[in-house]
Design a protein around this ligand. Structure first.
Ligand code: GLN
Length: 439
């Protein structure tokens, strides 16, 4: 099995640059746990893949290695190159182009699912805390997940168990008894009603959240998704309209939390302990360590990363903390509560009981993975539009839920459209099984 690894996951045989000047010459002295597990399973690691710097971006244009071009359509002069999505664009493109069978990415707010959707491949963001983050360069550690990209859902279902294990080296790794409890709840609440071995869906309840068809969505993205929903009904699934009312606040909350955590996580790159050292000009006062930091950080980090650090530092400052960081954490709770209200399987990690009547509860929810097909590569990667690409992926990230993007046909422009299957925390097996049938 040929595997490619996103360049923010440590490998001792190859450099780990995070697509940043700051780590241009860095090679890790150890493998990340997920890489060791792949080696043990006999995988052949064929290379590292381009990404947005430290995982920050949605188009894979913020990289010292240059942008990733979407391989969906062969490049010819009459086709405007399109983005492979970000931040795991290199991983999705490598899978789509057949350069490897499997690629690992990381997904903090959609970075596996968005590239999967844009490139016409499958991408899983597992439940938070199932796959070890040890050796994965932290961007926003309360959200970061290692994800898997392949051409078929079945291949993810084969690789996922290899990586899905408790790791004592990762303090956020979920202990085995909690995993076992989640599996049991899934068996009791869903697999007792729906036969996972069957190729039909009778007994399965799929929630369609109305908030996931916002005004910004391209209408031709919706058509293949609607056609798919009709097919699923034909296979026996019950489609249930559901509401996740806090969805519209999720994107703002995500960018506050992710930037705040990034500002803290990236503080270690000073050019002294970690990162490329860029000395100040000779006339500078060398006794001031802060000048060394400033020069290394100004030269080592790209514009987007610097922007996030500034935003995050501001959100954590005494003046802004209550209005930004705390509010964002409140929204995060509401987003989690929304999901807990609609899922039939209770959340093993949360204490709040589910309030919905069993009539309206669902096993998974399904929605478009992205509001559009892959954007042209030069469509302005500094604008707020880039952040809007993540509208449909960030809620599952804030709630730590498993989410799988599966190809669901093409839009009018001939570019791929992805559909996302999202489950309760710990229901990764369910999400993959539904994904296999959908694909
Ligand atoms: N586009 C989002 C961001 O820039 C998500 C990135 C990710 O999931 N790594 O934060």
């Amino acid at each position: 099995m040929k595997v490619a690894i996103k360049d923010n996951i440590c490998t001792k045989d190859m450099p780990t640059t995070c697509s940043s000047e700051m780590l241009r010459d860095f090679t890790s002295p150890f493998d990340a746990t997920v890489v060791s597990l792949l080696h043990q399973a006999g995988a052949h690691i064929v290379g590292k893949t381009n990404c947005d710097e430290f995982g920050m971006g949605s188009l894979n244009t913020h990289s010292i290695h240059g942008p990733v071009i979407n391989p969906w359509k062969s490049l010819s002069s009459d086709i405007t190159p399109r983005s492979a999505g970000g931040s795991s664009g290199g991983s999705a493109a490598a899978v789509a182009a057949g350069l490897c069978d499997v690629a690992l990415g990381t997904d903090t707010g959609g970075s596996v699912r968005l590239p999967a959707s844009y490139c016409g491949v499958v991408g899983l963001k597992p439940s938070y805390g199932l796959l070890s983050r040890w050796g994965v360069v932290s961007y926003s550690d309360s959200l970061d997940c290692v994800g898997i990209l392949t051409r078929n859902t079945k291949d993810i279902a084969d690789v996922f168990p290899v990586l899905n294990d408790y790791d004592a080296k990762d303090p956020t790794s979920i202990p085995l008894p909690v995993r076992a409890k989640a599996s049991k709840l899934l068996s009791v609440h869903t697999f007792s009603r729906w036969n996972r071995d069957a190729s039909y869906l009778s007994g399965l309840r799929i929630g369609i959240p109305q908030e996931y068809f916002p005004a910004e969505i391209q209408s031709s993205v919706v058509s293949p998704i609607r056609a798919l929903f009709t097919e699923l009904r034909g296979l026996g699934a019950t489609l249930v309209p559901v509401s996740l009312p806090s969805t519209s606040y999720a994107l703002s909350a995500y960018y506050v939390i992710a930037s705040a955590e990034a500002s803290s996580n990236l503080a270690r790159f000073t050019g002294i302990e970690y990162g490329t050292h860029v000395g100040p000009p000779p006339e500078a006062d060398l006794t001031k360590a802060s000048r060394v930091y400033a020069h290394s950080r100004s030269n080592g980090f790209g514009r987007e990363v610097q922007k996030r650090i500034l935003l995050g530092t501001y959100a954590l400052s005494a003046d802004a903390f209550d209005n930004y960081f705390l509010q964002a954490q409140r929204v995060r709770k509401l987003v989690k509560r929304d999901f807990d209200h609609v899922f039939a399987v209770p959340n093993v990690l949360s204490s709040s009981p589910s309030e919905a009547s069993s009539q309206s509860k669902v096993d998974v929810i399904m929605h478009p993975s992205a509001i559009r097909t892959a954007p042209p590569i030069d469509s302005g990667s500094e604008s707020l539009d880039t952040y809007v690409q993540d509208t449909l992926t960030v809620p599952a990230s804030l709630a730590g839920l498993p989410a799988l993007s599966v190809p669901a046909g093409t839009a009018d422009d001939g570019w791929p459209v992805g559909v996302s299957v999202v489950g309760q925390w710990g229901c990764d097996e369910l999400v993959l099984r539904v994904g296999e049938i959908v694909q």
